[in-house]
Ligand binder design. Sequence first.
Ligand code: TMP
Length: 213
Amino acid sequence: MTSQKAQFITIEGGEGVGKTTNVAFIRQWLEQHGISYVASREPGGTPLAEEIRTLLVSTRDESVDENTELLLMFAARAQHLAQVIKPALAEGKWVLCDRFTDATFAYQGGGRGMALEKIAQLENLVQGELRPDLTLLLDIPVDQGMARANGRGAPDRFELEKLSFFNAVRDCYLARAAADPARFRIIDASQPLEQVQQDLARVLQQFFDCIHE
Ligand code: TMP
């Protein structure tokens, strides 16, 4: 595992899909395969970007303008790209990121109803041509995901959104996956955990074999 280009893998999904548990599983898989990687998350991943995350997720009395939310997401992303993602890839390390720009399309585009074109413009501005090589979309019907997510403590500003918001988030994720099957793999996260992880391992192995062909 030395000569191949470092790969950028993202993991996406709505609320309660089991990202935390499955990120841990993917990390273990990468380690077992001798892959040197950096794991991170968005919004966040650097001290400044984590401060922006706190601003974004905190509940507040003031209503948050949708452009403010969108620009803060991309401000955090710009910092994360500059400080973590690009340096890691340049050093030959894989990057495993818990959410990336597909989340902006799904939450700000789908959930908030912002123009996807506006998001695509910021994506180009902040990322240039950089896109994930593989995106694992953990998918679950919204009511099941919300039932799992409930009871995790005080809900943040996003978790307080309505069912219709999360249905729009899911629809947007699925539409993006359908439009780019070369990059996305949809994992049925409503299955028992053991089956979800078997599916993840199979997809990762196929991806790994494919880049070594
Ligand atoms: P988390 O659930 O992965 O901890 O992420 C925090 C929240 O941020 C989650 O509700 C999804 C939201 N989010 C967006 O709205 N847009 C984005 O671009 C990202 C990365 C996250």
